[in-house]
Design a protein around this ligand. Structure first.
Ligand code: SF4
Ligand code: SF4
Length: 424
């Protein structure tokens, strides 16, 4: 099937790439049962195949960028379960990543929608602004009922135990014992404010295993959040600044948040055919999730255990499993802890509804997917959930709290297993 995509506001290589990707879809429908939104609504237009049809129509000018197109594209989580499932190797990520900026440029959003997107992009990627917002949000929680939906959704994600402590880890944390590797750590923007203990645990686990950790002072946001909202140029600005802030004389650039890690690994695509292409390619090649890096390096010291036995459900963050193909490494690390049983969650490939800012901008669908995930987690009869992404942890914790379960990062459980105590 021939596609004839006009250049519109997209650059030529991006159009060519979309053209090529669209041609690889053979409309078989194998992706449909793994698409969370299709499972929930049963609508073809909420499936990967339906969205490809919509994008193709808009690009060929047989469809206009109207409410219907925007609704179904906005409802896409970007979870990439469809990429894992597709037997034809359709790189749906390249389609949605290139189409979202077009949607932002051409579709007239409502004033409330524009305001909430503006607010998210002006607050979340900036640590100090976000910290202030969390503080104000915590104070404003009693008035949540009076607020518009996006604000209410944001408040529901805030920690219940008050504002976490501000952590300063220093710039270089030396390896314990013989140095086996030197890495630079991305500490993240949302994670630094909501759960700095994840970074603290990551640093302790890495240094304990002979890894020197560098934390570049000038690092900002990786751009994942803005890119997810279709704000491509802003996302690229963040990416450029991050690449400049990180040293090149390290064995790896380490992330402990799947969404950020997937963005870093995608810089090579983001800057393709641009002056920064080589630097971006090299940076992406150095980026690794902490579980991938540590499993490949091998533990220098085996964890002693948690002082009790635990059954845990491991949750595959979409941006770790589907986007980065990192599935076995976190399981391998968790299974190295004595008396820890790792249980698989039914429908593991289906997103929990977090997906960047999705659980703020698409609250109803995010809640439906959370309920589905919580139900599946309940079937595992486990004590708690372990995952490698702050977004999933915040979302899942919101759903399982009432069941007396907890959700923690892989590095936290490993860190506790080194200390010999389980603190929850
Ligand atoms: S995206 Fe892949 S699995 Fe889905 S309809 Fe197209 S070819 Fe089939
Ligand atoms: S990225 Fe996820 S939500 Fe979007 S079409 Fe693919 S499977 Fe469906």
């Amino acid at each position: 099937m021939e596609t004839n995509i006009p250049l519109a506001d997209l650059d030529k290589p991006a159009v060519q790439r979309m053209n090529d990707v669209i041609k690889t879809c053979v409309h078989c429908g194998f992706c449909l049962p793994t698409c969370p939104t299709y499972l929930e609504t049963g609508s073809e237009l909420d499936s990967p195949r339906g969205r490809i049809y919509l994008m193709k129509g808009v690009l060929e000018n047989t469809l206009t960028m109207d409410d219907e197109v925007a609704q179904h594209i906005d409802a896409c989580l970007g979870c990439l379960a469809c990429v894992t499932a597709c037997p034809s190797g359709v790189q749906y990520n390249e389609l949605i990543d290139n189409f979202r900026p077009k949607l932002e440029a051409e579709y007239a959003r409502t004033p409330l929608d524009r305001f909430s997107r503006w607010m998210l992009s002006e607050v979340l990627p900036y640590r100090e602004r976000f910290r202030l917002a969390v503080l104000l949000g915590t104070l404003g929680k009693p008035f949540a009922g009076l607020m518009p939906k996006p604000l209410k959704a944001m408040l529901s994600l805030l920690p219940t135990k008050g504002l976490p402590k501000r952590e300063d880890f220093g710039e270089v944390i030396p390896a314990q014992g013989t140095r086996r590797a030197r890495v630079a750590l991305l500490i993240g923007c949302v994670q630094t404010v909501l759960a700095p203990e994840i970074n603290a645990a990551t640093i302790r686990v890495l240094t304990r295993n002979g890894v020197e950790v560098v934390i570049p002072r000038d690092q900002g946001c990786c751009g994942a959040l803005t890119l997810h909202m279709g704000q491509r140029e802003d996302g690229k600005q963040f990416a450029r600044r991050l690449m400049q802030a990180f040293p090149t004389d390290v064995d790896a650039v380490i992330t402990n948040a799947a969404g950020c890690g997937s963005a870093l690994k995608d810089y090579a695509h983001l800057f393709e055919n641009e002056p920064d292409a080589q630097a971006a390619h090299d940076f992406s090649a150095r980026a690794q999730d902490v579980s991938q890096f540590l499993a490949d390096l091998g533990l220098a010291e085996q964890p002693t255990g948690l002082g009790r036995s635990l059954r845990i459900a491991y949750h595959d963050a979409c941006h770790l499993g589907h986007a980065q193909g990192v599935r076995s490494q976190p399981r391998q690390l968790l299974m190295s802890i004595p008396n820890v049983e790792v249980v698989e969650v039914p429908e593991a490939e289906i997103c929990c509804g977090s997906a960047g800012v999705y659980n703020i901008t698409q609250l109803e669908m995010a809640n439906d997917l959370l309920a589905r995930k919580v139900n599946n987690i309940g079937l595992t009869k486990t004590d708690g959930v372990v995952a490698g992404n702050i977004g999933c942890l915040t979302q899942i914790q919101r759903g399982i709290k009432s069941k007396g379960m907890w959700a923690v990062h892989t590095m936290q459980l490993l860190d506790w297993a080194y200390s010999g105590k389980f603190p929850l």
